[in-house]
Unconditional design. Structure first.
Length: 223
């Protein structure tokens, strides 16, 4: 009988130990659940991809400047054409659509001097001549072929108006010309049967005004 009580007491001791262990385990689990519930989440780390955009610089737009924009515009007496005269030049405007002169010294920002004549042109040819005629004369105005100079010709246009550019550079000094003189003639035979002719004479020793002359020719508008 005493032995039975001893075993019973031993059994109760084991049960109590298990209950205590279970209770402790429940407390631990409950504590972990509460802790995890109240734990603040770590701020999410957002990976930022830095994208470097390589910018291709565009070339600056170059504005085309018209060198003739402020030149003096002249209407021929007779109304056949108009032309812009370079700064600094001095020409005479004659009845019969003739415009010419010897003063071809370019001077930027100095308006050209244009003199109006009362009668038609009747004199020696000037260094710069513009003529509009009802007849299409043979070109060039010098005898060609010419044994005293080197000649050339090429197509030349003013917009849609097609023509021919003739030139001669004298290689010998003869009556009326000096070695090194140059003559340029621009001839436009129009469908109407009329002719526009521009002559530029550059004597040996003169400044080379060909570029300015051709800029002026390009401003001609045939009416």
């Amino acid at each position: 009988m005493a032995k039975k009580n001893k075993n019973l007491e031993s059994g109760f001791g084991t049960i109590e130990l298990v209950v205590v262990l279970v209770a402790v385990a429940l407390i631990i689990v409950t504590g972990l659940v509460i802790y995890n519930h109240h734990k603040k989440p770590s701020p999410a780390v957002t990976a930022t991809t830095s994208t470097t955009t390589k910018q291709t610089s565009k070339p600056a737009t170059t504005k085309t400047v018209d060198p003739t924009a402020k030149w003096t515009q002249v209407e021929s007496i007779g109304g056949a054409y108009s032309i812009k005269i370079p700064d600094g030049w001095g020409l005479t405007n004659y009845p019969g659509n003739t415009l010419n002169g010897d003063n071809l010294t370019y001077a930027a920002s100095t308006p050209a001097t244009i003199t109006t004549a009362d009668s038609a042109y009747a004199s020696d040819q000037k260094k710069f001549n513009v003529a509009f005629t009802d007849k299409q004369y043979a070109a060039p105005q010098w005898q060609s072929p010419n044994q005293f100079g080197t000649e050339a010709s090429t197509d030349y246009s003013i917009g849609s108006v097609k023509g021919t550019k003739y030139s001669i550079e004298y290689t010998q000094t003869v009556t009326g010309v000096t070695k090194g003189d140059k003559v340029y003639q621009y001839v436009f035979n129009l469908s109407s049967g009329k002719q526009l002719s521009v002559v530029y004479m550059q004597n040996a020793g003169d400044a080379d005004n060909l570029k300015t002359v051709e800029q002026a020719i390009q401003t001609i508008v045939i009416n």
